[in-house]
Design a binder for this molecule. Structure first.
Ligand code: GTP
Ligand code: PEP
Length: 212
């Protein structure tokens, strides 16, 4: 099965506030963009992915991610993450009505295309399914079969909320790079240990990370 992905990205100046102790205000927007560039690059290189839409109102990120081959969908609702995802899902389905659809976080700088393919292949067995993040509290991917509504419930405790909503929790093995989102300095160290994409490696080299 071939998938359409939707990836949300808030304005870079507001992004990754929980990394404030690891990356100064002047460096954080560039780091958030580097995560998104490496995530979108890996997603577009995945054999199971047909197309990637990024829902964002950030002009710089929009230009860079469009140059990689992503479709940019303006965040017209301006009503938070889940409204942005539902809006992007509708925009994708307006052009590709029969697409299988997955929402993927923009902060997966270690993402490996074969691992993403493994998760999407597992998701294809269910009408609606999700993958928990490395912390086992959040969600990094929510997938729906053709004809199904995404009904995103990302945010605090989204693993429990996606499970309670009836989505099937996927438990594939060897998919660490799809689970490793980066919200904190500790997460960034874990992603660096897995091996990040080139943009994140360059951006992280400008930070002073103990042990790096
Ligand atoms: N388009 C869009 N994306 C959003 C919005 N809110 C959050 N996101 C994106 O959704 C993902 C998870 O968001 P958050 O955890 O709220 O924000 P974050 O920038 O990752 O981190 P913090 O600032 O530390 O909370 C990130 O990729 C965000 O850029 C929104 O209102 N619109
Ligand atoms: C929005 C989510 O991600 P984050 O860990 O970036 O808050 C989530 O896990 O639902």
């Amino acid at each position: 099965m071939q998938w359409s992905l939707v990836i949300p990205l808030k304005p870079l100046a507001l992004a990754k506030s929980r990394l404030a102790d690891t990356a100064a205000d002047a460096l954080r927007p560039g780091l958030a963009l580097a995560f998104a560039v490496d995530t979108v690059t890996a997603a577009l290189a995945c054999a199971a992915v047909r197309d990637v839409a990024v829902v964002t109102n950030d002009e710089l990120a929009g230009r860079e991610l469009a140059a990689l081959g992503a479709r940019i969908v303006p965040d017209e609702p301006r009503a938070g993450l889940n409204a942005a995802l539902a809006h992007a899902a509708a925009a994708v389905r307006a052009t590709l009505p029969d697409s299988a659809l997955a929402a993927l976080n923009a902060d997966l700088p270690a993402l490996r295309p074969p691992e993403l393919a493994r998760v999407l292949d597992a998701a294809a067995e269910f009408p609606r399914a999700f993958l928990a993040d490395a912390a086992a509290i959040g969600t990094t991917l929510l997938a729906v079969a053709p004809g199904r509504e995404l009904l995103p419930a990302f945010g605090t405790d989204s693993r429990a909320r996606h499970r309670a909503s009836g989505a099937r929790e996927l438990r594939p093995t060897a998919v660490d790079s799809v689970r490793q989102d980066v919200d904190t300095g500790e997460d960034l160290r874990a992603a660096l240990a897995l091996g990040v994409g080139p943009r994140t490696a360059a951006a992280a080299a400008r930070l002073l990370i103990p042990g790096q």
